[in-house]
Design a protein around this ligand. Structure first.
Ligand code: SF4
Length: 362
């Protein structure tokens, strides 16, 4: 695919050395102002073995992915467990150091920052985790947790921290009288609200939500998703939403990235993806979403076998061992992401997507 087509599709140009020629250039993205650009990101974990404990192989958790997030939008990454979606979030935050690639945030390459500079930068990028209970100190009250975050980033004077902590709790739908309660005195949904308040305490621009509602009951999930949407509007936030559940992603995303075994296989606007998914893997994920309307019931595509090991991923198209449409070419040629028909913001990585689409509509 040409660089022009990639640019038009609203994703990064892999390998582009200097995407921002001037300070203002990052404001001129196809879909508005670019906030984050991930370029050719790789995260390989070495496997040690043998007599001398040398590196004998690598787990290729994320293998050369590129995408862009524009200010104010919600981009979701979906895929099965082990596809590399959470690793991508952690690599952007530099909670783990990527093996290769670049992560541009408002024109700054985060991977070039020193540890100290990155700590300061984390004010602008925050993360919400799946299990808020594990990330909350059981010996600290809700207010103390938030006051501590404010103290670390030194953005509120000491005598104003409690006041701000209560403001934050109210912002996420908790009450002032709950400020002195400990984590075990809150429900799962309320604990996640404290996690959200803590992330927002430092006024971030980008919030990475890593399976942020996966541990919650369906009704509570809806409440937390609605809260995230409300806060996005009020605070002009941008989200990277990571989830294994396309049903959840549907409620919050503007654009969706589908990952399989460390690679992006499809990227599209929400409507385009849900109405006209092109990659057989995305189609299988969509077929698994239960529909409440019997008229909309689709036949479920059951994928054969398990997701292969990222230590030794299949050659060619990584999905070929499970794809119902695989042919010989799929075993040897790696499909590139390419534009779907006349869709500006829809790319998929399948050699035969046009033929599969034609067969589907017959
Ligand atoms: S390239 Fe081949 S194996 Fe991969 S998704 Fe397309 S048809 Fe299936």
């Amino acid at each position: 695919m040409t660089n022009e087509a990639v640019k038009e599709a609203g994703i990064s140009i892999p390998g582009e050395k200097t995407p921002f020629k001037s300070k203002d250039q990052w404001k001129l993205g196809t879909k508005g102002k670019e906030l984050l650009r991930v370029d050719s990101l790789k995260m390989y974990y070495p496997i040690k073995g043998g007599f001398l404990g040398r590196t004998v192989n690598h787990v290729k958790a994320v293998d050369d992915i590129s995408f862009t997030i524009y200010e104010g939008e919600t981009v979701s990454i979906v895929g099965e467990s082990g596809c590399g979606k959470s690793t991508t979030g952690r690599a952007i935050m530099r909670l783990e150091e990527p093996t290769a690639g670049r992560v541009w945030f408002e024109g700054t390459d985060l991977l070039k920052l020193t540890k100290k500079q990155m700590l300061r930068k984390r004010r602008e990028l925050q993360m919400i985790f799946q299990d808020p209970y594990a990330s909350l100190n059981p010996r600290k009250t809700a207010a103390q947790t938030l006051e501590e975050a404010l103290k670390i980033q030194q953005i509120v004077p000491a005598d104003k921290r409690r006041e701000r902590a209560i403001e934050l709790l109210e912002m996420v739908g908790l009450a002032a009288y709950q400020a002195d309660r400990f984590p075990h005195e809150f429900s799962g949904g309320q604990r996640q609200r404290i996690g959200i308040a803590r992330a927002l305490s430092v006024n971030p621009k980008l919030v990475i939500c890593d399976e942020a509602v996966s541990a919650l009951d369906v009704s509570i999930q809806a409440q937390v998703l609605n809260l995230l949407k409300k806060l996005q509007k009020e605070l002009k936030l941008t989200y990277l939403f990571i989830s294994h559940d396309l049903g959840v992603v549907r409620h919050i995303s503007n654009r969706i990235i589908v990952m399989y075994l460390g690679k992006i296989v499809e990227i599209a606007d929400k409507a385009s993806l849900f109405n006209d998914a092109q990659h057989p893997y995305t189609q299988a994920l969509l077929s698994a979403i239960p529909s409440l309307n019997p008229a909309n019931k689709k036949e479920r595509t059951i994928l054969k076998g398990d997701i292969p090991s990222p230590i030794d991923p299949p050659g060619g198209c990584r999905f070929h061992t499970r794809c119902p449409f695989a042919r010989d070419r799929c075993k040897t040629d790696t499909p590139e992401l390419r534009k779907v028909k006349d869709r500006s913001f829809h790319l998929a990585a399948c050699h035969f997507m046009e033929e599969i689409e034609a067969a589907r509509s017959r």
